[in-house]
Write a protein that binds this ligand. Structure first.
Ligand code: GLU
Length: 373
């Protein structure tokens, strides 16, 4: 199964972690980038399409600016990213040029993908680059991204890119061998988990508590990235990028790393975008009848089922749906702003008409815009 999946993967997003390509003390590692470029070219030469998501801008900028430590202040981090990104890209440009391979720089913010039109536009641009045989090298646009528009970590960015381009496989390269049964630095008997068929709570717990996994996101963000893309039918391979030759070897049957299998029933692109790209601006709590109607009977959410509304949102924004106990079970795009919802919650359509006149929509969230989580 693992071999088939890796052999058949045609479009691959490879995420390269900061620690592989740069260190705070000595900056960028062009030798490492060259070696990775060689290996990526081998994969591409075997008829696959490759997109890179590379970190390393900030760490490389730290050294170039002569900073002593990882900056705390946002403007300094952003300055380091700006200085480091051009150096990072220059290294990729040179490394791939040796091999006659063209690359392109793409810098994205969360905002670019949260707008459906811009999302589709980014998809078309990346597809055009792939059609030209170019390898896109993607990073977060750290220089302008502030909290609300940040992906936060590049594992998450890579997951969104895998969805954006309909990839078959996401490869996360870092300085660890994969997911272990226990923290391998604390427990020498910990063993590598070669195959994960589903990201369960237990897997999330193992990834979350392991302190041995260094880097911006650690293992927790890698597992979350794998979980997100699995819902879209994309497999994830977590692999050690420090070991020379490992990347091409896994496509020839080498059993390294942890492979997370995709779900067999995948969400449509739009529903995946609602569930995993958009950020919720608020929450509606609904009664048991509404939970049943939404989850079991595939119905839309009506005002009568709503018991509470929180957050400040407008029509078209994403909100989560929670049951009476506060457990989130769905997410969707609302038709009404939060202030209107406060007035019409719990009411039947006829009563709403009586007090507020005809409304443009009957449903608060139409089933086509609703994802059960
Ligand atoms: N975008 C950041 C950089 O290039 C890295 C974020 C991350 O490592 O997750 O420096």
């Amino acid at each position: 199964m693992r071999d088939d999946l890796l052999k058949q993967a045609k479009r691959i997003v490879v995420k390269i972690g900061s620690s592989l390509v740069a260190s705070q003390g000595s900056g960028l590692r062009p030798d490492r980038i060259e070696r990775l470029a060689d290996e990526i070219s081998v994969i591409k030469a075997s008829g696959r399409e490759v997109l890179l998501v590379s970190s390393g801008a900030i760490v490389s900028g730290i050294q170039k600016l002569g900073l002593k430590a990882y900056p705390k202040s946002l403007p300094v981090k952003q300055a380091a990213a700006a200085v480091g990104q051009s150096r990072l890209m220059w290294a990729y440009e040179k490394a791939f040029e040796r091999l006659g391979q063209k690359v392109a720089q793409i810098l994205l913010t969360h905002q670019d993908l949260a707008d459906r039109r811009r999302f589709l536009n980014a998809r078309h641009t990346l597809t055009a680059l792939i059609d030209f045989g170019v390898i896109p090298v993607i990073n977060e646009n750290d220089t302008v991204a502030v909290d609300e528009i940040r992906f936060g970590d590049n594992d998450s960015l890579a997951a969104q890119v895998a969805h954006l381009v309909d990839a078959d496989l996401l490869v996360i390269l870092s300085d660890v061998d994969g997911l272990f049964t226990e923290d391998p630095r604390r427990n020498p008997s910990a063993t590598l988990i070669p195959l994960v068929s589903e990201i369960t709570k237990d897997i999330e717990r193992r990834a979350g508590t392991s302190s041995s996994f260094e880097g911006t996101g650690g293992m927790a963000t890698k597992v979350q990235a794998a979980k997100k893309v699995a819902e879209y039918g994309v497999a994830t391979l977590i692999l050690n990028g420090e070991t020379p030759g490992l990347l091409p070897a896994v496509f020839n049957g080498s059993p390294a790393g942890t492979l997370v299998l995709p779900r067999s029933r995948r969400l449509t692109s739009r529903k995946h975008w609602i569930a995993f790209t958009l950020r919720a601006k608020g929450q509606v709590s609904v009664d048991d009848g509404a939970v049943e109607a939404l989850v079991r009977r595939g119905k839309s959410l009506l005002p009568s089922g709503i018991i509470a509304v929180s957050g400040d949102f407008g029509p078209g924004d994403a909100v989560t749906c929670a049951d009476r106990h506060g457990k989130e079970f769905a997410k969707g795009l609302v038709n009404f702003p939060s202030d209107t919802l406060h007035k019409i919650k719990g009411l039947k359509t006829a009563d709403i008409r009586k007090t507020m006149g005809d409304q443009e929509y009957e449903e608060v969230i139409h089933r086509d815009n609703l994802v059960i989580l």
